[in-house]
Design a protein around this ligand. Structure first.
Ligand code: HAM
Length: 423
């Protein structure tokens, strides 16, 4: 017998028993996208590697360590990898924005997508090599109202998905005016304590000192004494951040300032944020994150264009909801259409079709099994009702059997949907 084949490491199959929770959470994201007047955008699952190295930064984990490279067919000019599966969608969306000259459309553009992202990371709890994000981007609005609006949207999503106790960690990491001096302050501080840094942080210290702050192995005392970005903001960035906080306060959004929140991608400026279940911090537990990226369009060869957005991990949201005991809403009672007479297949289908058209959730039994066996099968599938097609009944009449009460009655087909709904 051939050896069975398993799914690649770090990937998951979404099985039917988990799909209801998943669909529910995705449905909330879609509906919120509608209510917040966001327009759908889709970009390719793979892009040129250069898009990510320029957009996210050569020294970001996503580019340096986790790129899933894609090459063309063997023997073709694309045999050498020049694309990568997208580790995140923001760079691709901004590329599409520039490529299609979307800046001439009414500003700002408010966009969303849901889809798989790929990072060749070490798989562990809540960390996968293929995972799904709900992504929201608002391009062309310098803020600060939109910053608060986006953070509030994230909080509303978790609320509606019934993930309780979510806190937004918020920070501002400044911009091209004030970041250089902050970088220097960090380099000076951490250089004086280089022997207490991890190997990763020592290597990053001069390339990207902000990332030292979100090293999980950073000594907490060392972290507590580190220079804080909000103490180094230029006047414009400080005013922006004060306005964002005032708006969050006015809206009653639950947030806290986290001086170590620098985010792992290089394109961020000013506002950065991540969502956590309170008390469950640590990079890999972030349920979502995002921020402002006012310099990204320029990095990708476009005109300076402000932008802000978030990526919310659907996998982690579904896991967090399940951990908190959240049960996805019922999909409505299941109805099984059955019949003892093997010559009633056409009627069974016809009845099933009529009930589906009336909005019910229906599966039809096309077998020649005895009625008792069909009833048993219906119960195993979780059917609440059986509709029995019986040629001896007057035309357009059926038997509706309540499987939990073991009661049945004859009624016109046209009345079944109403009877099921009322029960
Ligand atoms: P990110 O923080 O890299 O940001 O990812 C956003 C969210 O995706 C994370 O908070 C987490 O919930 C989920 N996620 C990331 N990696 C994994 C993984 N390996 N397994 C499972 N879930 C994961 C971004 O991707 C930015 N593009 C967000 C953004 C949009 N910033 C501005 N606009």
């Amino acid at each position: 017998m051939a050896r069975p084949i398993s799914a690649p490491r770090g990937t998951r199959d979404l099985l039917p028993e988990d799909a209801a929770a998943w669909s529910h959470v995705e449905g909330i994201a879609r509906d919120l996208s509608r209510r917040y007047a966001l327009d759908r955008i889709e970009t390719p699952l793979f892009e040129r590697i250069e898009l990510f190295s320029r957009g996210l930064g050569e020294s970001s984990d996503a580019v340096e360590k986790e790129m899933f490279r894609v090459s063309g067919a063997a023997g073709s000019e694309d045999e050498r990898a020049q694309w990568a599966l997208r580790p995140e969608p923001t760079a691709g969306i901004v590329r599409a924005y520039l490529e299609h000259g979307m800046h001439v459309r009414p500003t700002p553009q408010r966009l969303w997508m849901i889809g798989p992202m790929f990072r060749y990371d070490r798989p562990q709890a809540g960390r996968f090599r293929q995972f799904v994000q709900w992504d929201v981007e608002v391009i062309g609005d310098p803020g600060p109202m939109v910053d608060a609006e986006i953070i509030e949207l994230g909080q509303r999503f978790y609320w509606e998905a019934e993930v309780r106790d979510v806190v937004a960690s918020v920070n501002s990491i400044g911009d091209a005016t004030c970041r250089p001096a902050y970088r220097d302050a960090l380099v000076a501080y951490f250089s004086a304590h280089e022997n207490r840094l991890s190997a990763d942080s020592r290597r990053r210290l001069h390339v990207n000192p902000l990332r030292v702050l979100d090293d999980r192995d950073l000594d907490p005392d060392l972290a507590a004494g580190a220079p804080r970005s909000i103490d180094h903001l230029c006047d414009a960035c400080a005013a922006h951040f004060a306005a964002v906080r005032a708006l969050l306060d006015a809206e009653g959004v639950r947030y806290e300032i986290d001086h170590r929140l620098v985010r792992g991608l290089d394109y961020y400026t000013r506002t950065t944020f991540e969502f956590f279940v309170a008390g469950r911090r640590g990079q890999q537990q972030a349920l979502g994150g995002g921020g402002r990226y006012d310099g990204l369009a320029e990095l990708l060869g476009g005109q300076p264009t402000p932008g802000i957005g978030f990526g919310i991990g659907i996998d982690r949201t579904v896991l967090a909801a399940a951990e908190q005991g959240t049960v996805p809403p019922d999909q409505g009672p299941l109805v099984a259409v059955i019949g003892a007479d093997p010559d009633t297949l056409a009627q069974r289908l016809e009845v099933a079709t009529a009930l589906r058209a009336a909005g019910l959730r229906v599966r039809a039994d096309g077998s020649a099994r005895k009625l008792g066996k069909q009833l048993e099968a219906a119960a195993k599938f979780g059917a609440r009702y059986a509709v029995i097609v019986d040629p001896t009944l007057p035309t357009a009449s059926v038997i509706l059997r309540d499987l939990s009460a073991s009661e049945q009655r004859e009624l016109p087909l046209g009345d079944v949907a109403e009877a099921v709904r009322q029960a």
